[in-house]
Design a protein around this ligand. Structure first.
Ligand code: FES
Ligand SMILES: [Fe+2]
Length: 406
């Protein structure tokens, strides 16, 4: 039995990757490469954090963890959303320990140093007269909000957000995102490397057998991924665009993101088991009767489905080389009343089942690629082109940055 080497030269390994397979096992199992992923991608790129509608009032906050970095986002008294490293400037205690909530100030649980909503330290007991409060503000991070989607960047000099903003704004415009609420949310930890989670998301080779519930409404052929339904897809796009819903595929930044509308299976109006809309109130202003699903992915952290009656956002964050946290949110119109305009089970059944199934696949892959004999097999050019696109972006981004580029 030939055993794979345990040490790895990152640049050579990236340069040697041919693109027709997934990466070598070390990219999914090595602590050293995980740390490089954090340094070069997660601490340098724009990462989806949540929706601004989750922080409607001053003092509302959410927290999240990106790799080794605890983060807090808060709406300040001016109404702006600010982000900080969630780390006390005294001796480093994690400051805000709740996942979400409302507060007037942030008070450290250890020695009660107190910070206002702009991150400024205003109270530190028993310090000498020459103690400088201004030198001990919380460390800020960059925040961009686009149609309620909060993106954050931990780098001092973030990459441009403008190209994505301009492209996505047009697609988001018909949707009443600011008038939505989170009807339901789930968070689970998948025992798999973050790249396995995204690779699994970027193909539907596994959908037919793996996702019986989702496959009723989501048909990969209609999504144009197999190249079988180009004419129908173009016709669908034309109808939607005439109805004011941007639909044609757009991508940029080495395919770091892509927006594209897909038709659902005939007679399906939403991701429900019976095909009926899950919510009586719509989330866009178009008259197009069945607008399918607008799909967006944004490497490295998120993907979304914008349906006529609800919106799904998925946020994947790395917690360890073999642990990824997936948070799913179901957004509906804020005036939709549970029990009257929608039933929670009807709304969430398909993606709860799909998430559970995907978690199983991700964990099976993590277990398999961890075997020292694992060698990557060939990807399907027809069914797994999305995986190839993801790995191309990963390889290029890592190589440029590992070599000291932008
Ligand atoms: S560590 Fe926060 S007050 Fe001491
Ligand atoms: Fe899946």
């Amino acid at each position: 039995m030939k055993i794979a080497s345990t040490s790895i030269d990152l640049i050579s390994a990236l340069e040697n990757h041919q693109g027709s397979t997934i990466l070598d096992r070390e990219f999914y199992t090595s602590e050293q490469i995980y740390q490089q992923d954090l340094q070069q991608i997660w601490y340098r790129d724009w990462v989806f954090a949540g929706h601004s509608i989750e922080l409607p009032k001053p003092g509302d906050f959410i927290t999240l963890q990106i790799g080794d970095c605890p983060i807090v986002l808060v709406r300040d008294r001016e109404g702006d959303i600010r982000g900080f490293h969630n780390v006390c400037r005294h001796r480093g205690s994690k400051l805000c320990t709740e996942t979400k909530g409302k507060t007037r100030n942030f008070i450290c649980p250890y020695h009660q140093w107190s910070y206002d909503l702009t991150g400024k330290l205003f109270n530190a007991r028993s310090m000498s007269d020459d103690f400088n409060y201004d030198d001990h503000s919380l460390i800020p991070i960059h925040v961009e909000v686009i149609s309620t989607h909060i993106f954050i960047c931990l780098a001092e000099n973030p990459p441009s957000f403008d190209v994505f903003r301009q492209a996505a704004q047009r697609y988001f415009e018909p949707y009443s995102l600011a008038d939505c609420k989170v009807a339901h949310e789930t968070t689970e930890v998948e025992n798999g490397n973050w790249k396995i989670v995204f690779e699994n998301n970027r193909e539907c080779y596994h959908c037919h057998k793996g996702h019986p519930e989702l496959s009723k409404s989501f048909v990969d052929d209609l999504a144009g991924n197999s190249g079988c339904a180009d004419t129908e897809l173009t016709q669908f796009w034309d109808e939607c665009e005439q109805g004011g819903l941007p639909s044609k595929s757009v991508a940029a930044h080495d395919n770091q993101y892509r927006l594209m509308r897909v038709a659902l299976a005939p007679d399906f109006h939403s991701y429900t088991l019976d095909g009926k809309p899950a919510v009586a109130k719509r989330v866009h202003s178009s008259d197009v009767e069945n607008s399918g699903a607008l799909l967006l992915y944004h490497f490295p952290s998120s993907w979304y489905h914008y349906l006529g009656d609800h919106i799904l956002s998925f946020r994947a964050l790395p917690l360890a080389h073999n642990k990824t946290e997936l948070t799913t949110k179901w957004l509906v119109h804020k005036d939709a009343v549970e029990g009257e305009d929608y039933q929670l089970d009807h709304l969430t059944a398909v993606w709860k089942a799909t998430n559970e199934q995907d978690k199983t696949f991700v964990e099976l892959v993590q277990k398999g690629v961890s075997s020292p004999v694992f060698k990557p097999g060939h990807l399907s050019e027809i069914e797994e082109s999305g995986v190839t696109i993801f790995l191309k972006w990963y390889r290029k981004t890592m190589l440029e940055r590992a070599k000291g580029g932008s």
